[in-house]
Design a protein. Structure first.
Length: 453
């Protein structure tokens, strides 16, 4: 009787839709904050899925290129309500931030030299550095459970910072090290697992006695069973959805125009950049701030991340800012800077997020059937450890640009140094919400601009 009642519990598509719309407007705090919101709402309070299934999905999304929090939303939406559930979850995770960041990007580009905007940004940027440093510590604390993981993280940092090793190669090597290490030397590569039931939400613990909607012990839903035919159909539809905008851009603006270049570049970035927004921005900053592109400056890239931190949605939306500034700085022939920037922003966002849906719809069924596989867990842990090294690289790059803008010989910007340290203490020690820290930094920067010019 109990199993029958558990099997009968359902979540309607409309109920799920209302949650995903709400999530798109409240998902501040970067990937850590967004994942925490989903865990609290979906695992602990609503009990749509179990802790084990949530973490399994999260580990897969962390291994993928792109924003893990948005992909996790797609995964859970797909798990609950098939393909349309995944589309709705992933789309509404992003839609609010698209419009908010478009407005902020225009204000920045059109009025960025005013005292108000420059003052706000001078306060935002040290906070961004603090956020990235905190991300290194937090992700490192979760990911570096064994000495082997420390070695992988250190090697990834050395590879990208000193040797300029490409991101895909770093991730591939880390995954291989974790995979084979888990098989050949498990004690060094696999963290101790919790005892059965430890850390899991229990029926009756602040959940009103609700049974799980997706029971781990029940037969898997039909749409989660792998199908080669279905995977090929998804890939075919994805290819068509990628080719149609490219054909439209080539027809209207020329195949060699700026927006077509953006479409190709950000598609490549979406496919090869692992580790979420911080890692992606490191890759993009290295590529688009130098020849042959020179679409924007490193300082503008940091400003973009500061703006993205103030909006809901995934931090990878900073790439929309990059696409906007590329279009604004190098307007397409016959277009105003604003129009060129808007097209560049939308092209960038579409190219960035289309692969995210395909990764889930194609790969999630296969991931569902191999839950508990130790070799896969080792590969995922290796990738996560490498991500720590990649984010550490970004922290150093941003820190140098913000705190030592004139180089080491020119001395530090003491305002940025002190504000960054205070922001780090507020985030890491006092656990202040990231949005309030960013806003406080902006207000302090604004006050400094008016008081000291």
């Amino acid at each position: 009787m109990e199993q029958f009642e558990r099997a009968r519990r359902r979540v309607t598509f409309g109920e799920a839709l209302r949650f995903w719309v709400k999530l798109g407007w409240i998902s501040f705090g970067g990937p850590a904050g967004q994942i925490a919101i989903m865990h609290r709402e979906l695992v602990e309070r609503r009990r749509w899925l179990s802790e084990e299934r949530f973490l399994h999905a999260l580990n897969y999304c962390m291994m993928l290129p792109g924003p893990e929090a948005q992909q996790l939303a797609v995964y859970i939406g797909w798990l609950m309500h098939r393909t349309w559930g995944g589309i709705v979850a992933g789309a509404f995770f992003v839609i609010p931030s698209i419009f908010i960041l478009l407005l902020l990007s225009y204000v920045y580009a059109a009025y960025g030299n005013t005292a108000v905007v420059s003052g706000l940004l001078s306060g935002f940027k040290p906070v961004v550095v603090a956020i990235v440093v905190e991300a290194v510590i937090k992700i490192g604390g979760r990911a570096l459970k064994r000495r082997a993981h420390l070695v992988i993280a250190a090697s990834a940092f050395a590879g990208i910072y000193f040797l300029r090793v490409p991101f895909p190669l770093i991730v591939l090597l880390a995954a291989m090290a974790g995979f084979f290490g888990a098989r050949l030397w498990p004690a060094a590569f696999i963290a101790e697992t919790k005892k059965a039931g430890e850390g899991k939400a229990k029926v009756g613990d602040d959940d009103g006695g609700l049974p799980l909607v997706i029971d781990d012990d029940a037969p898997p839903p039909p749409h989660t069973v792998p199908s080669r035919t279905r995977a090929l159909k998804v890939l075919a539809v994805g290819l068509v959805l990628w080719l149609l905008p490219l054909a439209l851009l080539a027809w209207r603006m020329g195949g060699a125009g700026l927006h077509a270049q953006e479409y190709f570049f950000f598609t490549k970035a979406a496919l090869v950049t692992f580790g979420g927004a911080y890692a992606v921005l490191a890759y993009v900053t290295q590529a688009v701030t130098v020849a042959p592109f020179e679409w924007l400056s490193p300082a503008q890239a940091v400003d973009g991340l500061a703006l993205a931190e103030t909006t809901p949605g995934p931090l990878i939306m900073v790439l929309q800012f990059v696409g906007f500034m590329a279009g604004w700085n190098h307007p397409q022939v016959g277009m105003s800077p604003a129009a060129s920037g808007v097209v560049g922003a939308l092209v960038t966002t579409y190219a960035t997020f289309l692969p995210c849906f395909l990764f889930i719809f194609v790969g999630a069924p296969y991931i569902e059937v191999i839950r508990g596989n130790r070799s896969l867990a080792g590969a995922l842990a290796g990738v996560t450890a490498a991500v720590v090294g990649v984010i550490l690289n970004l922290a150093l790059v941003f820190g140098a640009a913000v705190i030592w803008p004139r180089g080491l010989a020119g001395g530090p910007d003491w305002f940025a140094l002190v504000l960054g340290a205070l922001a780090f203490l507020a985030l890491y020690r006092l656990k202040v919400d990231v949005l309030w820290v960013v806003l406080a930094g902006g207000l302090l920067g604004l006050a400094r601009a008016f008081l000291f010019g």
